[in-house]
Design a protein around this ligand. Structure first.
Ligand code: SF4
Length: 191
């Protein structure tokens, strides 16, 4: 039987604990199944991705009463196949942190303080700024040597994607940027 170092440690530790409990007359398999069920009882499960680096490792998360109570590597994820590095394994501190921002913050020009605004207000402000920028810097034509060519684009907008975006999201982002008239689409992991 082939076994790597990690599997050997896991098996040896499991056998040791299993043998000790079996000697006391405990059905180890039943105890293991029961405790696993208890830990995740009443939780909602969803998948997510680690946001610490460009690998984008997949995670399985369990939430109870609005709080993340369990986080582990997703064995079905193509990138990490169940493993997480120490940063990813410690990510549960982020969503449960009291310092985490949950609403958009706005600092008016010249102001020194940030204030909370609603998501609707934030979306409105962003949409208006994109529209104004696009209108102000729209090029209908440009010169190619001494020939005037149709352009219909703007160089004033750019889009930055991230490693956690799915293929489907990236497709939608790229289409949206083409509709806005910019070819400036970048990815954080390339920088
Ligand atoms: S778990 Fe580690 S390697 Fe994976 S995305 Fe997070 S920081 Fe990067």
């Amino acid at each position: 039987m082939n076994m790597n170092r990690r599997q050997w440690f896991k098996t040896a530790a499991g056998m040791g604990a299993g043998l000790a409990l079996s000697e006391l007359g405990v059905n180890v398999q039943q105890v293991h199944a029961a405790t696993k069920g208890m830990k995740l009882n009443g939780t909602a499960e969803f998948t997510s991705a680690c946001n610490f680096c460009s690998c984008g490792c997949g995670m399985i998360c369990h939430v109870k009463d609005g709080k993340l109570i369990n986080l582990e590597g997703d064995p079905d994820h193509i990138v990490n196949q169940g493993s997480l590095c120490s940063k990813g394994a410690a990510m549960s501190a982020v969503p449960n942190s009291a310092q985490r921002l949950k609403t958009p913050m706005y600092r008016a020009p010249g102001a020194t303080e940030w204030k909370e605004i609603s998501w609707d207000e934030a979306y409105d402000r962003i949409a208006h700024k994109i529209k104004d920028t696009r209108d102000k810097h729209w090029k209908t034509t440009e010169m190619d040597g001494d020939k005037q060519m149709a352009a219909n684009r703007t160089d004033a907008l750019a889009f930055m994607g991230g490693a956690q975006n799915t293929n489907e999201e990236c497709y939608a982002f790229t289409k949206s940027m083409r509709l806005l008239g910019t070819v400036n689409v970048e990815h954080q992991a390339r920088l």
